[in-house]
Structures are given as structure tokens and as C-alpha cells.
Design a protein around this ligand. Structure first.
Ligand code: PMP
Length: 357
């Protein structure tokens, strides 16, 4: 098989060994001579998968005891709505930071639930930066942020100091750097970047803050009910949870979040160094808010775009076209992407410079 360097923004690269184990489990799971996806979610082997996945999340992110870990469906996109439904009180308000498409969607859904105030936005400059120094009212129920903005390639260099609990959409940078979970009312993330395939969404839920909204919550959207049913209120998406478990195990064996943070820093440094050095390219975002997960950049001059595109394709590079709303290029460097892939892209950028000049 030809080596492909997979820079896809999501769903994205997963470790090869995880793909291999996952494919084996589809044929014969736990030596049961049955497939993982053809047995009851109540069987002890599948319950063990759920528990191991939850325990790995707890261990890798040092999740305190008053938080529960859920693997639900509906994507982070349903999380936009359920976050507000479960944590915004009927007469209260929540504050949001608008850092782009996903934050906007979170705001739109939360507005269906209650009173929302947008306290900061970087829309004035194409979402090229992360707003800082904004005021967070102490009477808000929560502050909502999107820690990594997948489309624009910005990431909070530091999480804002907040007088109120934070709710964070960490879909595209969870497990890439340490998190102080006790700062949060809730953390949520679609699996399909650093955790596994699409089909399940991780929720890390502060249970002390639940049950205070004064509203009736439909069963499937109710975190408390999912907690009471140990994340098996209805049939859980067993396969994506299993693959997530394998990926988290892979991360643990690698040395956990501090180890991958170092590797991610190396990859990002190599990528941005070339974007800054090479006169044919320019980075899209403010330097201080650059994402370590998604590096966005453009050609200074599009004259030789066809040549560049043919060169990276020829080198086995896949998935670096920018999001359709932004254009240009986006190199996504999620946990499972090896440094070697970044080096391959850097080499193509250098060869392109030689050819053109
Ligand atoms: N938030 C962020 C930061 C994302 O990158 C994405 C998907 N790319 C979403 C939310 C939406 O996630 P889902 O498709 O799981 O609903």
C-alpha cells in the first residue's frame, strides 16, 4: 500500500495499530467468534468496553470524582443545544465567545434555550484571532468557548480565567494538551478527531451543577438520565466507543497527554517554521493564537497553485485543502499524525520554492 500522509481535518487519521485491532474486532471480538457489532450492548464484554473507555478518559485527563463521562450520539452539534438545556437556568443567562463557525452554531442553538450574551467575537477580522481580556459577568451560569477553531486554525493559547464555570467544545483539540477539568461545568467533543471515528461524542459532565435549570429535559437530551443509566440509556454506538477506547489506550501507552503535547508542539513548530520561512506562503491567523492542530496558510500568489497542488498530491499528501468557507490550505496535525508526515509536507513546500524561483 502506498504511504499516504493524511492531513484530513476530521474525520481524520487514527493510529494504524488501532485500525488493525478495530478491524479484527469486527470479525472476532474477544475470541467470542462473534463480531463486536453483532452482540448485545448489555453483554459483559461490551459493558467492559464502555467502562474501560470511561476509565481511560478519567485517567488521561485527571477527571475528578464529581464528573461523569458519557459517550452519546448526535455529535458536538447536538451538544451545542444540550449544553444550554442542561446548564442554563430558566431565568439565568450564559455568555459565549464567538470564534467562528462552530461557536456561532453553539450560540444559535443555545438561543433556542434561553438568554445568551456574546461577550467577545473575532468576526471583525475573519476569525483570525482569539479575543482576550473580555469581561465575564459573575452572575452568568456559564461561559462557553470553542478551544480550537478547526476551520480557521486558531486555538486558545490559555483558557480564560473565569469567575463562572466554563463549558468548552473541545472537538478538535481534546487529548492534545492537559486540561484542568475542575474549571469546567462541562467539556464535550465529537470523537472524530483525536479520539476515534465519527458516531459518538464525549461529554465530561460536572454532576454537581446539574438539575438546577428549572426545566423539564427530554430523556435523550438529559445528562442526568444518561448518568443514571451509565451511558447506556439507549443502545450506545458500540463500534465508535470501542475504537475510541483503543485510541485512548494507544495514547496512554505513548505516555499520555503530556507526551503527546510535546510531539504536537514539535509538529506544529516544524509546520509553522516553514510557513514563516518560505516566501511563497503566508499563515492565515494571528501568530500568538495559532492552532497546534490545524495550521492554515495560503499561497502569497496563486499563479503556481496548480503546480503546488500536483506536487503535494504526487508526494502522497492528502487532505490539505482549506475548508470551503476559508479556502487556501489547512494541514491538520492531530494526535495520530506522525512528525514524518509534517516533514514530508515541508519538503514539498521547499521543493516548490526551488522550482518556482
Ligand atoms: N465543533 C468543532 C470545533 C468542530 O470542529 C466540529 C466538527 N468539525 C463540530 C463542533 C461539529 O461536530 P459534529 O460533526 O460531531 O457535530
Amino acid at each position: 500500500m502506498k504511504k499516504v500522509h493524511n492531513f484530513s481535518a476530521g474525520p481524520c487519521i487514527l493510529p494504524q495499530e488501532v485500525l488493525k485491532k478495530a478491524s479484527e474486532a469486527v470479525v472476532n471480538f474477544d475470541d467470542l467468534n462473534l463480531s463486536l457489532i453483532e452482540i448485545s450492548h448489555r453483554s459483559k464484554n461490551v459493558v467492559a468496553v464502555m467502562e474501560k473507555a470511561q476509565n481511560l478518559v478519567r485517567e488521561l485527563l485527571n477527571v475528578p470524582a464529581n464528573y461523569e463521562i458519557l459517550f452519546l450520539q448526535g455529535g458536538a452539534s447536538l451538544g451545542f443545544y444540550t449544553a444550554a438545556l442542561n446548564y442554563l437556568s430558566k431565568d439565568g443567562k450564559a455568555v459565549y465567545v464567538n470564534t467562528g463557525t462552530w461557536a456561532k452554531k453553539a450560540i444559535k442553538e443555545a438561543k433556542l434555550v434561553g438568554n445568551i450574551e456574546v461577550v467577545a467575537s473575532s468576526e471583525d477580522d475573519g476569525f483570525k484571532y482569539i479575543p482576550k481580556g473580555f469581561n465575564i459577568p459573575a452572575d452568568a451560569d456559564f461561559l462557553h468557548i470553542t478551544t480550537n477553531n478547526t476551520i480557521y486554525g486558531t486555538q486558545y493559547p490559555e483558557i480564560p480565567k473565569s469567575p463562572v464555570p466554563i463549558i468548552a467544545d473541545m472537538s478538535s483539540d481534546i487529548f492534545s494538551r492537559p486540561v484542568n477539568v475542575s474549571d469546567y461545568a462541562m467539556i464535550y467533543a465529537g470523537a472524530q478527531k483525536n479520539m476515534g471515528p465519527a458516531g459518538t461524542t464525549l461529554f465530561i459532565v460536572n454532576k454537581d451543577l446539574l438539575g438546577k435549570t428549572g426545566r423539564t429535559i427530554p430523556s435523550m437530551l438529559d445528562y442526568q438520565l444518561h448518568i443514571d443509566k451509565e451511558s447506556m440509556y439507549n443502545t450506545p454506538p458500540v463500534f465508535p466507543i470501542y475504537v475510541s477506547m483503543l485510541t485512548l489506550d494507544w495514547l496512554k501507552n505513548l505516555g499520555g497527554v503530556p507526551a503527546i503535547e510535546k510531539i504536537n508542539a514539535e509538529k506544529a513548530a516544524a509546520m509553522y517554521a516553514e510557513i514563516d520561512r518560505n516566501p511563497l506562503f503566508v499563515g492565515y491567523t494571528a501568530v500568538e493564537d495559532r492552532s497546534k492542530m490545524n495550521a492554515t496558510f495560503n499561497l502569497v500568489d496563486d499563479t503556481h497553485k496548480e503546480l503546488f497542488d500536483s506536487m503535494w498530491k504526487e508526494a502522497g499528501i492528502s487532505g490539505i485543502n482549506g475548508h470551503r468557507s476559508v479556502g487556501g490550505y489547512r494541514a491538520s496535525m492531530y494526535n495520530a499524525l506522525p512528525l514524518e508526515s509534517v516533514q514530508a509536507l515541508v519538503k514539498v513546500m521547499q521543493e516548490f520554492e526551488e522550482k518556482v524561483s
